[in-house]
Structure formats: structure tokens, C-alpha cells
Design a protein around this ligand. Structure first.
Ligand code: ZN
Length: 50
């Protein structure tokens, strides 16, 4: 994964890193179970990209 900053959004970038960091650390996400925390982080990421 690249942490290089892109033009679209610093905030979106940060939210993406948080989301990925969560999915690798979370037991639910690692087994592809539905995770309310990941759903919230993904939503925050989408909103930050706008
Ligand atoms: Zn999770």
C-alpha cells in the first residue's frame, strides 16, 4: 500500500488509512464478517472524498 499523498483529498487519504488499518487489525473484518465499525469507517471515507 502506498501512503503517497494524492491530489484529491488529504482527509480522504487519512480516512482510507484508518479504514485499512482497522480491517487488518479487526477479527471480524479479517474473516470478512459484517463489521459495524468498518461500515462506519467506509462511510466516513466516502464522505471525506467528496
Ligand atoms: Zn472491523
Amino acid at each position: 500500500m502506498s501512503l503517497k499523498k494524492t491530489a484529491w483529498s488529504q482527509r480522504g487519504d487519512d480516512a482510507y488509512v484508518v479504514l485499512i488499518g482497522h480491517t487488518v487489525a479487526c477479527a471480524l473484518c479479517r474473516v470478512k464478517a459484517s463489521c459495524p465499525r468498518a461500515a462506519r469507517l467506509a462511510k466516513a471515507w466516502r464522505e471525506a472524498r467528496r
